[in-house]
Design a protein around this ligand. Structure first.
Ligand SMILES: NC(=O)C1=CN([C@@H]2O[C@H](COP(=O)(O)OP(=O)(O)OC[C@H]3O[C@@H](n4cnc5c(N)ncnc54)[C@H](OP(=O)(O)O)[C@@H]3O)[C@@H](O)[C@H]2O)C=CC1
Ligand SMILES: CC(=O)N[C@@H](CCC(=O)OP(=O)(O)O)C(=O)O
Length: 316
């Protein structure tokens, strides 16, 4: 008999804590297509059981937290108890986005960010709205066009899946409004990460809204060009974005007729992990509106999480 051993590549083991939730399901679907990853599931009856979760943590290479903030903190505490045997962590909740010891999981944010994610043990996945806002603001702050203390306003609209299971149920039962502004107390949970990673010293005003469509997102930033450093033209701003994202796989700058049409719908990137940037405006008025379009469940959540998981496991 030929002694030919079958060589089996070792798969990376990933546990999705909260795999039955909105974000967990999206991540699970995406990981099903990654040959080098084996997703480990917990007995659904034990999904909130501390001992069962601790046991799972000790048997995987990476855990993704798709949980409310308090439950995410609890899983991190369980991982801390494992010391050097703790798995790597990607946290999709808001709990650790500006916390020390965590790397912010927006790979295109700076030239070094993908490298930082690659070597990190703990990565905080960005919020959906900050993904759009930071993508628009940070390049202009770094280019010196937007001063860090410029009074920035960010407006945004999201599909209702952004609100998780309870909001999805309310919309699908027909009990939610067709459209509403919210966060009008100006304390939305995304403001701290939006400010920090955009590089702003002045707290931005953030006005989110939600409409009667399942997923899709537009994040917009109005600017008075004559109040910016160097009074840039629309073309100058487009050029900054074009250069900043020239090597990015998932972020692109849309120019030409689409950017001149003067209107934009929110659902065009649904089902993708991409983010598009548009520069609208009228030179004679010295006014511009920058817009980021993304799928809140794609680049705004699960797409970014899978991008981070792959980087952390050395798969891209
Ligand atoms: N929806 C979105 O667009 C985005 C959401 N996020 C973040 O991801 C996280 C999850 O959100 P989302 O998927 O929308 O929420 P969902 O409400 O859809 O899902 C949350 C999941 O967590 C489970 N869960 C709740 N408490 C515990 C616990 N103590 N132990 C174990 N499992 C628990 C829930 O189970 P059960 O229902 O049985 O209680 C449910 O399966 C949140 O922190 C959210 O902020 C991040 C980016 C985007
Ligand atoms: C429509 C809606 O309610 N959206 C959520 C944000 C969803 C999201 O991506 O935020 P996290 O990643 O921080 O959960 C909200 O405004 O709280």
């Amino acid at each position: 008999m030929t002694a030919m051993a079958t060589t089996k590549t070792k798969l990376a083991r990933v546990f999705i804590d909260g795999e039955a939730g909105t974000t967990g399901l999206e991540i699970r679907e995406r990981l099903a297509g990654v040959a080098q990853i084996e997703v480990k599931s917990i007995d659904p009856a034990k999904r909130k059981d501390r001992a069962a979760r601790a046991e799972m943590l000790s048997n995987v290479d990476l855990v993704v937290l798709c949980l409310p903030d308090d439950a995410a903190r609890e899983t991190v505490a369980l991982a801390d108890e494992l010391g050097p045997n703790a798995p790597k962590i990607v946290d999709a909740s808001t709990a650790h986005r500006i916390a020390d010891g965590w790397v912010y999981g927006f790979a295109e944010m700076t030239p070094g960010q993908a490298g930082a994610i690659r070597t990190a043990a703990r990565v905080a996945n960005p919020g959906c709205y900050p993904t759009g806002g930071i993508a628009l603001i940070r390049p202009l702050v770094e280019a010196g066009i937007v001063e860090p203390d410029y009074p920035i306003t960010v407006n945004a609209v999201s599909g209702y899946s952004g609100g998780g299971r309870s909001m999805i149920e309310a919309y699908e039962a027909g009990t939610a409004p067709a459209f509403e502004l919210y966060g009008l107390g100006l304390e939305h949970k995304h403001v701290p990460e939006l400010q920090k990673y955009s590089g702003l010293t002045r707290r931005p005003i953030f006005v989110p809204s939600v409409g009667n469509f399942r997923q899709g997102m537009l994040v917009s930033v109005p600017l008075h060009l004559d109040a910016l450093s160097g009074r840039p033209s629309l073309a100058d701003i487009e050029a900054v974005f074009g250069d900043y994202y020239k090597s990015a796989d998932f972020v692109s700058v849309v120019t030409g007729p689409a950017a001149k049409a003067g209107r934009l719908e929110a659902e065009a990137l649904n089902g993708t992990d991409r983010l598009e940037i548009f520069v609208f405006g009228k030179p004679e008025l010295n006014q511009a509106v920058l817009v980021a379009r993304l799928d809140n469940l794609g680049k705004g959540a699960a797409g970014a999480a899978v991008q981070n998981i792959k980087l952390m496991l050395g798969l891209n």
